[in-house]
Design a protein around this ligand. Sequence first.
Ligand SMILES: *[C@@H]1O[C@H](CO)[C@@H](O)[C@H](O)[C@H]1NC(C)=O
Ligand SMILES: *[C@@H]1O[C@H](CO)[C@@H](O)[C@H](O)[C@H]1NC(C)=O
Ligand SMILES: *[C@@H]1O[C@H](CO)[C@@H](O)[C@H](O)[C@H]1NC(C)=O
Ligand SMILES: *[C@@H]1O[C@H](CO)[C@@H](O)[C@H](O)[C@H]1NC(C)=O
Length: 489
Amino acid sequence: MNNNPKDPDQFYSSRSFSKLMVFLLLLISIPYLFYSLRFITHSNHCDQNPNIPTIHTTSLSEKQPQIPTPKPFEQTNISHIVFGIGASSNLWKQRKEYVKLWWKPNQMRGVVWLEQNVTKPDPGDENLLPELRISGNTTNFKYSYPKGSRSAIRISRIVSETVRLRLKDVRWFVMGDDDTFFVTENLVRVLQKYDHNQFYYIGSSSETHLQNIYHSYNMAYGGGGFAISYGLAVALEKMQDRCIQRYAGLYGSDDRIHACMAELGVPLTVEKGFHQCDVYGNLFGLLTAHPVTPLISLHHLDVVEPIFPNVTQAQALKRLTQPMDLDSAGLMQQSICYDEARKWTVSVSWGYAVQIFRGIFSAREMEMPARTFQNWYRRADSTSFTFNTRPITRNSCQIPFVYYFSYAVYNEDTHQTATRYVRVESNPECKWRMEDPTQIEVVEVYKKPNPNLWDKSPRRNCCRVKPTKKKGTMVIDVGECREGEVVEL
Ligand SMILES: *[C@@H]1O[C@H](CO)[C@@H](O)[C@H](O)[C@H]1NC(C)=O
Ligand SMILES: *[C@@H]1O[C@H](CO)[C@@H](O)[C@H](O)[C@H]1NC(C)=O
Ligand SMILES: *[C@@H]1O[C@H](CO)[C@@H](O)[C@H](O)[C@H]1NC(C)=O
Ligand SMILES: *[C@@H]1O[C@H](CO)[C@@H](O)[C@H](O)[C@H]1NC(C)=O
């Protein structure tokens, strides 16, 4: 390379270069000036996102005119998400019923990835489900985990294969299994908090300690679903195939994603609303004491008992979509209150179940899940789980009266939802000399839908037992806690 400044060619080209620069600067700065003037007059429209600091455009445009003006921020919505569902063709016929429960064909984008063609797709399904695609051939990838399945490689690569579809305006790639039930409005609520251009790996770990010890506490469990920001997904796609060759000895698809995240240096961002459900038995204890965070997913739907008694799991989840459609932010959220006169403790899990306990239990006890389930190794002691649990009582008087959600309506005049919960199981006899909830057959809960619940700092809703003349009925009001309202008696 010739660096002599006296070289005529060099001289000539640098002069024309500076002319060009002056011209370019003018070209850039004139429209910019107009744009910043416009921006000054409209600047209050531009700070809708609480996470992005307000930019003081006046001083910025005076001092640093060469910085491109940020586009007005548009909040993340469902259209910015692409789902990648890992499925297998032999189970698809049953599992697609779970996907149908939450999939909204005209609003959502996503692909169900299968290992081979399903022989006879049911007619009409294509309008109710994501499109089906066949995953790339993974014969050339090594898999050496002794008892696992090679499909882990295929399912792990769904992220990259979905990135390669080059869909427009994608901010998040969300992975899930064919037996994952998503509450997509809550998924959006949670993802809105994060900047998709940065590197985010968002999900949750297992409920079972041993699982996290064998796999990792830093891994997003695949069945619970996890989200990868656009920026990170693009970076992952560039290295994933090389990366997974290094981890032939790992068990699952999510182990492989986690291993690559570790190479990229991106930690797991835990959002407790994703539920892997690595448990056996009944989710009741978990769901009635859901953490104070939006419910995003449920998994292992064929492993655990149906969440409502006496129906199939698909029917049970179908029932759950009723309150979900009315007030997704409040779905499953617990509130705790007392029936002062009768000395009962009431726990509402909105849209799912109400429990009445004889006697007064503290909020601290009520927010602890009852062990209605076993861990993934079929043990149910308190050390099995990654959160505090309480034992199921043996005292027949302390067994709660359980009312399951049966239906919901929205009242246009009062702007409230009315949800009804009924008792389907009878309680054992109790000799305590105090008022007996046996007479209560039905619980009615009134609540204003609150789509902005999670825009504030997390706080449990409050409930209040209302006086009523209706026979066999308890009436409860649920909503944000009022000034000074606490769970006490
Ligand atoms: C989602 O946001 C985009 C802007 O990024 C907007 O064009 C679109 O209409 C929004 N969609 C929905 C369903 O709100
Ligand atoms: C799968 O089946 C569809 C029609 O049922 C066909 O169009 C497509 O080519 C098949 N794909 C493969 C990979 O066999
Ligand atoms: C996958 O690739 C291997 C070797 O590259 C080939 O033998 C096999 O037939 C391929 N499988 C399919 C389903 O295309
Ligand atoms: C269970 O379902 C059957 C049939 O739908 C019904 O007859 C029966 O009463 C139900 N039992 C309970 C406890 O709800």
